[in-house]
Design a binder for this molecule. Structure first.
Ligand SMILES: Cc1ncc(COP(=O)(O)O)c(C=O)c1O
Length: 388
């Protein structure tokens, strides 16, 4: 394997990430090249971020143009890019008002605050194996003990119930509940799609309890699962949607999109951010959304994702190490009956980048724009690796 051992960031950085032995040099379209000149097929898109591929020309041009005009004034100013981006997000969702943040966790943090402030209640129900972020609020919302460890006491008021279990949700929800918070497909938890009937029941149960439904679409949103937002495939209308990752196609930005009736809860002085919604992020987001919408990438992701899933299911049907291949759109999980880390390393040697989701699942989140030839090359290498 080509290695880049000269890079020793482990001496200078907190080791929060177990870094791979790959030093990033540059990225283009659906490939990443390291400092030794080795090129990889990118089947992870920066953890579901560059949905339009690396260095998309429309996004690049919009950011470069904005750089010349200025990149910070503050949220006291009207920023045309915020209006534009908010219009794109609200006209393609069931919600009406936007708060811009810098990341997924910040968007979820704002959503939790909005739900508590609006309802005047504190209980938030989320799900086992969920992932909502690393801040205190979003860590508390995350239904994974390993993520809480060592950081206690957790923010109080959070309850976790089994995912896709309507009865359990019915038992947990009551008049004290401010919100039900869920991912339409659990990403970090193992690429687990929610059943339509579960999402529909969550909507009804929340409404009956006077609670808000929050859909965390940070990983699933913006075309990834074959719809602009994944929950739209089940015909539900959450009160709050959060998005981030793909919003700026790699430029850090996030957003909370909420229904109009929540407006008063986020009045002046209630919540804020210095950098959220800055002109550069908005230029990137607006160009990304324009491209995603005008070129119909949600539908393309649906079609390509179905073909990818079928291809992988066929190729891996006889691989003993594979338990299940599942997914939605261009979000695919390959569940193994052994730890995924070993396979990830072997695939890197062959020039393919994939992620883990939980201990045993390989997670594929390629750019939606990846061409079929490259996808086939990657699936062949995955087959070769898993059928040792
Ligand atoms: C569903 C979901 N919510 C929230 C987050 C947190 O986003 P960020 O890392 O931008 O804070 C992630 C990140 O992986 C995510 O997948």
């Amino acid at each position: 394997m080509n290695t880049t051992n000269s890079i020793k960031t482990d001496e200078l950085l907190f080791p929060t990430y177990k870094k791979w032995n790959i030093a990033f040099e540059q990225a283009s379209g659906s490939t990443i090249t390291d400092q030794t000149g080795k090129t990889y097929i990118d089947m992870m898109a920066g953890i579901g971020v560059v949905n339009l591929g690396h260095g998309h020309p429309a996004v690049l041009e919009a950011v470069e143009k904005q750089l010349q005009k200025g990149w910070h004034a503050s949220n006291f100013f009207h920023y045309e890019g915020q209006e534009q981006t908010a219009k794109q997000l609200t006209s393609h969702s069931c919600a009406d008002l936007v708060f811009f943040a810098n990341s997924g966790a910040e968007a979820n943090e704002a959503a939790i605050k909005l739900a508590r402030k609006h309802t005047g209640k504190k209980k938030i129900i989320s799900f086992l194996q969920s992932f909502h972020g690393r801040t205190f609020g979003t860590m508390a919302a995350t239904g994974q003990e390993s993520i809480h460890q060592g950081f206690g006491p957790m923010l109080e008021g959070f309850e976790y119930v089994p995912y896709n279990d309507v009865k359990a949700l019915e038992n947990a929800i009551d008049d004290e509940t401010a919100a039900v918070m869920l991912e339409p497909v659990q990403g970090e938890g193992g690429v687990i799609p929610a059943d339509d009937s579960f999402l529909q029941a969550a909507e009804t149960l929340a409404e009956n309890a006077g609670a808000l439904l929050i859909c965390d679409e940070i990983q699933t949103g913006l075309g990834r699962t074959g719809a602009f937002f994944a929950h739209q495939l089940s015909g539900i209308e959450p009160d709050i949607i959060t998005t981030a990752k793909a919003l700026g196609n790699g430029f850090p930005t996030g957003a909370v999109i909420g229904k109009a009736h929540l407006k008063d809860a986020f009045g002046p002085g209630s919540h804020g951010t210095t950098f959220g919604g800055n002109p550069l992020a908005m230029a990137a987001a607006s160009a990304t959304l324009d491209t995603l919408i005008n070129e119909n990438w949600s539908q393309k992701a649906k079609d390509k994702g179905e073909a990818l899933l079928k291809e992988l299911q066929e190729r891996l049907a006889s691989a003993e190490v594979v338990k299940e291949v599942r997914g939605k759109g261009m979000m695919v999980g390959i569940e193994l009956n052994e730890p995924a880390a070993n396979t990830i390393g072997k695939l890197q040697e062959k020039g393919v980048l994939v992620l883990a989701a939980g201990p045993n699942v390989l997670r594929l989140l390629p750019p939606l724009t990846i061409d079929w030839e490259m996808l086939k090359e990657a699936t062949a290498l995955i087959e070769e690796t898993l059928k040792r």
